[in-house]
Design a protein around this ligand. Sequence first.
Ligand SMILES: [Zn+2]
Ligand SMILES: [Zn+2]
Length: 418
Amino acid sequence: MAMPDTTDLAELYRDLHANPELAFAEHRTAGIVAGELRRSGYEVTEGIGGTGVVGVLANGDGPTVLLRADMDALPVEERTGLSYASTVTSLDASGAEVGVMHACGHDVHTTCLLGAARELAADRGSWTGTLVCLFQPAEEVGAGAQAMLDDGLYDRVRRPSVVLGQHVAPLPAGLLAVEPGPAFAASDTLRITLHGRGAHASRPQTAVDPVVLAAATILRLQTVVAREVPPTEGAVVTVGAVAAGTVANVIGDRAELQVSVRTFSEEVRAQVLAAIERIARGEAEAAAAPRPPDIEMVHSFPAVHNDPDAVERTRPALASVAAAVVAPGPVTGSEDVGLLARAVDAPCVYWLLGGADPALFERLDDPAAVVARVDELPSNHSPHFAPVIEPTLTVGVRALVAAARTWLSPSDQRGDQG
Ligand SMILES: [Zn+2]
Ligand SMILES: [Zn+2]
């Protein structure tokens, strides 16, 4: 397979964009990453947690800084019309053929971190400490960070003093955004199987209809956020998929709901999960279901909590490379980067990198107008999501370099805090 010229970041980006790989299948990407890290002088370990790659540059005494990027793409058929658009298809977990696209911009993250790794290695006379550049698989299924931890990540690399990273977003390119405190929501994915009793469609009196049970359950689940969570707290309960029945003249014996839950505090998370279970069980009982529902946790990862002190410390570095640094408010999207920090009790600073063409914004000086415009543009996971290459890549590389230097700088005694 042809490998891209990694000396040109834009070309590398276009190559990664055109060759996306699904979660835990990032073999080509990981190979490119490992090769480029080795060329820059890093000690490279491949295959951590499946396809994870870590490059370590030990450069004398000082703190250890972990820079993180994710590498996986999504089962989305690209419709951007870009010259470097993906035409890749792959088989998903269920064996169906799906289009594959870097619809979340992890190709931006990978490219920027390779650029930053190269710059910091080339300039290693100006800092001391240990730099850990981590490329994780499978962020989209919420499993990659945990897989790397389970595979002994921190037995293989030194525990970091801080975890830094970024996510591209449809904010104007040139802009960065960082929210202290809860920044990205916790994400829980549940599969609820509701049991009914099958029968002929003409004899409902002999059935427990799982379609009606599912409908009642779905509607009642909407009351969790509307009627139980305090209005001052944020939470989302979305039933993203429902499956029941096959034909009109048969009452089936089961229905399956897939539920996505987003919350920002452990307290609300526990409250929402308990309410979902109570409602699923209660509706099943109300329907005289032959047995209680099966409730299975499919994925779960905690909220990303940006350490407020660490954000304050890093913000000037971000401001020095961006047109502006704004506080975007908590995002209901989720990220597993927080696990890498939480596992070693290190502070995390995870910011948003503007990637939308600034020309699409009429008023860049008016935050409310910018936010309103962001909501109209294709967002991450859209088949039309198309970050502009520049200035996105340049700002993304500079942000990582500047943020890392803030923590690596030997002249700053706070740098060796745990
Ligand atoms: Zn995503
Ligand atoms: Zn993402």
